[in-house]
Design a protein around this ligand. Structure first.
Ligand SMILES: Nc1ncnc2c1ncn2[C@@H]1O[C@H](COP(=O)(O)OP(=O)(O)O)[C@@H](O)[C@H]1O
Ligand SMILES: [Mg+2]
Length: 271
């Protein structure tokens, strides 16, 4: 179990890991909006959520590079925060559970959010920034590289380990698995953890379905699944189940894309 302390900065309330509970550090993170605006803050993403990395003073002469993820809530998502824990809280809770289970994820430093009349307006989730990592999507995009089989075999082992511990990342996509390579060994990390579910046991069909969002190159999908199952011959039903669910997922994406285009056309009044 991690030691955590509650914090409050004006309207913002939340928790910080006690390892980081230093007055100067608290002072700086108390205004994350300003940190995200600083020229030295490296913005990694600026859409629905805003993500920035910045080096800040921890205590004495020690600096730490942190990653700030800002969640903003509006419309239905805001309404949901009245009844259900927000994405900020879920990220914080999941990251701490993963650390307790020894599943690699960026170390959670703090979270806090602004609530008004029972609704969450916005919130921040702060973690340690990982260095020398890349999203597995970049390896899949360049999959002719010689180490793809070694990577897929290590990835299959890692995901099997997560599943065995009851960890089900419901948004297991290529951008949410980070990888670092050290002396021919791969280390994986789960990010974007607000949609992780923790189960006692996960059945085989659910496990296989959990793997379909990963963009494993088609030429290597059978290999990947065999590595995951850990058998030399892949039961045909598992293979069909994997391909069928991948197809359904692909269809869902296409429909979403089409709906997106229609909305845009309507907006531009060209249809
Ligand atoms: N702690 C971290 N250290 C390094 N890079 C990170 C960290 N957290 C996120 N990233 C990078 O930022 C990207 C977006 O973060 P993510 O939490 O997945 O946001 P989103 O919800 O918008 O998908 C990730 O795919 C990863 O490349
Ligand atoms: Mg993501």
């Amino acid at each position: 179990m991690q030691h955590i302390t509650s914090v409050s900065f004006g309207e913002y309330k939340g928790f910080i890991n006690s390892k980081y509970n230093f007055p100067s550090f608290l002072r700086q993170i108390s205004d994350c909006n300003s940190l995200l605006e600083k020229p030295e803050c490296q913005i990694l993403l600026n859409s629905r959520n805003k993500i920035g990395a910045i080096k800040i003073k921890l205590n004495g002469e020690n600096y730490k590079e942190i990653l700030i993820k800002k969640f903003s809530f509006s419309g239905l998502n805001k309404l949901k925060t009245f009844f259900l824990p927000s994405k900020t809280i879920k990220s914080w809770e999941s990251a701490n559970k993963l650390i307790d289970l020894n599943i690699p994820t960026p170390f959670p430093i703090a979270f806090f959010e602004k609530r008004r009349k029972g609704f969450t307006k916005d919130g921040f989730f702060i973690t340690e920034k990982l260095n020398h990592v890349q999203e597995i999507r970049y390896i899949f995009m360049n999959y002719k590289s010689i180490y793809i089989e070694k990577l897929l075999s290590s990835l299959a082992d890692f995901l099997k380990h997560c599943h065995n511990k009851g960890v089900l990342h419901c948004d297991l996509s290529d951008g949410n698995v980070l990888v670092s390579k050290k002396n021919d060994n791969f280390n994986f990390y789960l990010v974007d953890v607000n949609r992780i579910k923790f189960r006692k046991k996960i059945g085989i069909l659910k496990r296989i379905r959990n793997l379909i969002r990963l963009g494993v190159p088609p030429s290597h999908q059978k290999f990947f699944l065999m590595e995951y199952i850990g058998k030399d011959d892949l039961p045909i039903f598992y293979w069909i189940w994997y391909k069928f669910n991948k197809f359904l997922y692909w269809e869902k994406i296409q429909i979403k894309k089409k709906l997106g285009l229609k909305k845009l056309a309507k907006l531009l009044r060209i249809q």
